[in-house]
Every structure is written in structure tokens, then in C-alpha cells.
Design a protein around this ligand. Structure first.
Ligand SMILES: *Cc1c(COP(=O)(O)O)cnc(C)c1O
Length: 386
């Protein structure tokens, strides 16, 4: 069955009592036992809830993994996965990454003796050099956030297996519709479902998919023990989001391609980072391991003053954090998503004060381009008059 169909079937016909097409929201904490020693399969909703279970089964099918787990946020999902490790353990992680993951490691897990080395994972030799005796896992974002660097997942997974390490992939930017890391050999896939999977900027959630029964048992135990589970209402919203993921993603990346090409030609734009552009260094790997280029674009403007003008003057596009929803959002990593990463480090990695990150929505692309154009025009007037 093709993934478009699998997506629409997420959580359908899960209620044998009524035949309800949409999974009911089981707003329920505890379940009655038929008799001593017997259970319906549900005891208490932290451990398992039917609505959450429908979502967890759906994401496991979509990522082609062994089991799925739903959490109260992407960060709760990442935190729970990091609980697999113990004091003294070390992980190698993409250096251009989600700011919250950096903060979690550097402000919290460091206190529990878990350390991380940040490298450009698009360069396999850098990853290889960073592996130490204590290393237990490679943690990859591809494309990276916000510079859209591409890591070869098959090469990373091979390196991990040779060194007895886990490969963990944050697949938030592409979703299983465009990239299935487990097929490339990854052990654990993580999502901030607040982004493309929810898709409407109206829910916070996280998902994890494990590749093997052994890992599923461990993550399941951690989910139940740490307890950062997703509630039934939000589980239902994510199931609903999944149903339209394919058509949203298709439209979003089609818009993104056109906008990236338009930005590339703009006189106030210095550089555009989008893997769908012909000259993008990661394009070949993208073509090998993904079925599309996604809908996230970062770009640098020619003068810092343009940033404030652009953010103030866009009308159709909103100046807001987050990404992946039907509404187009533009943000400034320097003061928003990446504010917790030290300035020198951030700039050394290429996240400069000129950089904007743009999540393309499903609007008519001409309206988005017109909106950008008028916002740039406001800057241009000022530059001419100054
Ligand atoms: C947003 C995001 C997260 C964190 O997810 P939340 O749902 O906001 O907790 C993690 N990784 C990436 C790549 C993200 O974009």
C-alpha cells in the first residue's frame, strides 16, 4: 500500500463497538478489569490509552518501525530517548541543530554525566573522529536546522553499527512521507509532531519510533516510568493531521521550490539554503534517501537592517517560531529558535545575524511571493533614501 493511503487510514476503524471511522477520543484515566488476572489490554492511561495507541500504531506503520510512542512534546520525546543512557555515556550530534535539543543536553543532561560532541554530521569523517570509547549514539538531524545540511543516513547507520552505537534521527523536517530513516538503518526516529504531523499550528506533541523489539520494550518502559505521555485529545488531533500530511507536504514543497528560486534571484538576498536548489551540496544524498526536499528554507539578506523590516512588513506570512503548519511562518533564529546557543558558537556554525528561516505553508504561492516582494520593497525604499 502506498503511503498516501496509509496516512489516510491512520486510526480509522479502531472502534469495534460502533465502527466509528474516526478513532474516538477516550477521555479516560482507568479501565475496569473483567476479573482477577484479566485485562482488556488497558489498565491506566499513562501506560496505554486507546486513542494514543491508535496514533502510536499509525506512526510505527508510517516509519516502518517496530513500535511507536507518543509524548507531550517533541522535547519530552527527546528527553525520554536520552533516558536510555547513563552517567559517563557520550553522544555525537549534529552541530547545526534544534536549539532546544542543545539546551537539554548542555543545561540538563550534562548534570547527569551525559556529554555530547557537536560535529557537522554531513561530513562522515568528522563523525568518525568524534567517536570515543564512551560513545553510545549518533544523533542526527537531516536536513539540519536552520542551515539545511544533509547527512547520509545509510553511511551514518553503517558507521554506528561498526562501532556498536545507536543511530537516532530527528525526522521532524521531512516526516515519513519524505524520509524513512529506519529504512536507511536508523534505530530510533523522533518527531516534534507539533510541526508537519500536526500540521495546523494548534497542538504540541512528540513521537518516537523504534526499529527493534528490544528497543521498543526499553522505550515503552521509559515512557510509562517518566510519564510524559500525550493526552487523548491531542493524540486525536495528530491522527487527524496525519490524514492530510501527504497533500499538505506536496503543496508546501511545491511552494517552497518556487519561493527558493525567487529568493535566489532577489537583489537583497545573499544566499538561499534549500536542498531542492540545483546547486545545494546535499542534493544528491537527498535524492537517494528522500522522496522530496521538504518545505523549509533559510536565507541570508544582504544587510542586517532588512531583517527587522521584513519581519515587520509581512502580512500574509506571520513572524512566528515553529514550522510545518499550513500557515507560512518566518522566524529569526538568532533571537528566537537558536537564542540559547552561544553567539560565537552560533556564528562559527553559520547561523548569522543575516539569516532568516522560512516555513512555507499551503497558501497560493503567488500571494506568498507578493507578500515577500512588498516587504522587501519597504526595505529597499529605506536603503535608497539612507
Ligand atoms: C520543534 C522541534 C523540536 C522540539 O519539539 P516540541 O514539540 O516543540 O517540543 C525538536 N526538534 C526539531 C527539529 C524541532 O523543529
Amino acid at each position: 500500500m502506498n503511503i498516501e493511503t496509509k496516512l489516510v487510514q491512520a486510526g480509522t476503524k479502531k472502534d469495534p463497538a460502533t465502527g466509528s471511522i474516526s478513532t474516538p477520543i477516550y477521555q479516560n484515566a482507568t479501565f475496569e478489569h473483567p476479573e482477577l488476572g484479566r485485562s482488556t489490554g488497558f489498565d491506566y492511561s499513562r501506560t496505554a490509552n486507546p486513542t494514543r495507541k491508535a496514533l502510536e500504531e499509525a506512526i510505527a506503520i508510517l516509519e516502518e518501525g517496530n513500535a511507536g510512542f507518543a509524548f507531550s512534546s517533541g522535547m519530552a520525546a527527546i528527553t525520554t530517548v536520552l533516558f536510555l543512557f547513563k552517567s559517563g555515556d557520550h553522544i555525537v550530534i549534529s552541530d547545526d541543530l534544534y536549539g532546544g535539543t542543545y539546551r537539554l543536553l548542555e543545561e540538563i543532561f550534562v548534570n547527569y554525566g551525559i556529554s555530547a560532541t557537536y560535529v557537522d554530521t554531513s561530513c562522515i569523517s568528522q563523525v568518525e573522529e568524534a567517536i570515543k570509547e564512551e560513545t553510545v549514539a549518533l544523533f542526527i538531524e537531516t536536513p539540519t536546522n536552520p542551515l539545511m545540511k544533509i547527512t547520509d543516513l545509510a553511511a551514518i547507520s553503517k558507521l554506528a553499527k561498526e562501532n556498536d552505537l545507536l543511530t537516532i534521527v530527528d525526522n521532524t523536517f521531512l516526516t515519513p512521507f519524505l524520509q524513512k530513516p529506519i529504512q536507511s538503518g536508523a534505530d530510533i526516529v523522533i518527531h516534534s509532531a507539533s510541526k508537519y504531523i500536526g500540521g495546523h499550528n494548534d497542538v504540541i506533541g512528540g513521537l518516537v519510533v523504534t526499529a527493534t523489539e528490544e528497543l521498543s520494550a526499553k522505550v515503552g518502559r521509559l515512557q510509562n516510568s517518566a510519564g510524559a505521555i500525550l493526552g487523548p485529545q491531542d493524540s486525536w488531533l495528530l491522527l487527524r493531521g496525519l490524514k492530510t500530511l501527504a497533500i499538505r507536504m506536496e503543496r508546501q514543497q511545491e511552494n517552497a521550490q518556487k519561493i527558493a528560486e525567487w529568493l535566489e534571484k532577489h537583489e537583497l538576498v545573499k544566499s538561499v539554503y534549500y536542498p531542492g536548489l540545483a546547486n545545494h551540496p546535499g542534493r544528491e544524498i537527498m535524492e537517494k534517501q528522500c522522496s522530496g526536499f521538504g518545505a523549509m528554507i533559510s536565507f541570508e539578506v544582504t544587510e542586517v537592517s532588512i531583517v527587522a523590516d521584513l519581519l515587520k512588513n509581512v502580512n500574509v506570512i506571520s513572524f512566528a517560531e515553529s514550522l510545518g503548519g499550513v500557515e507560512s511562518l518566518i522566524t529569526y533564529p538568532t533571537t528566537q529558535t537558536h537564542a540559547d546557543i552561544p553567539k560565537e558558537y552560533r556564528e562559527e556554525k553559520g547561523v548569522s545575524d543575516y539569516l532568516l528561516r522560512f516555513s512555507i505553508g499551503i497558501e497560493n504561492v503567488q500571494d506568498l511571493i507578493a507578500d515577500l516582494n512588498q516587504a522587501f520593497q519597504c526595505s529597499k525604499q529605506k536603503i535608497i533614501h539612507s
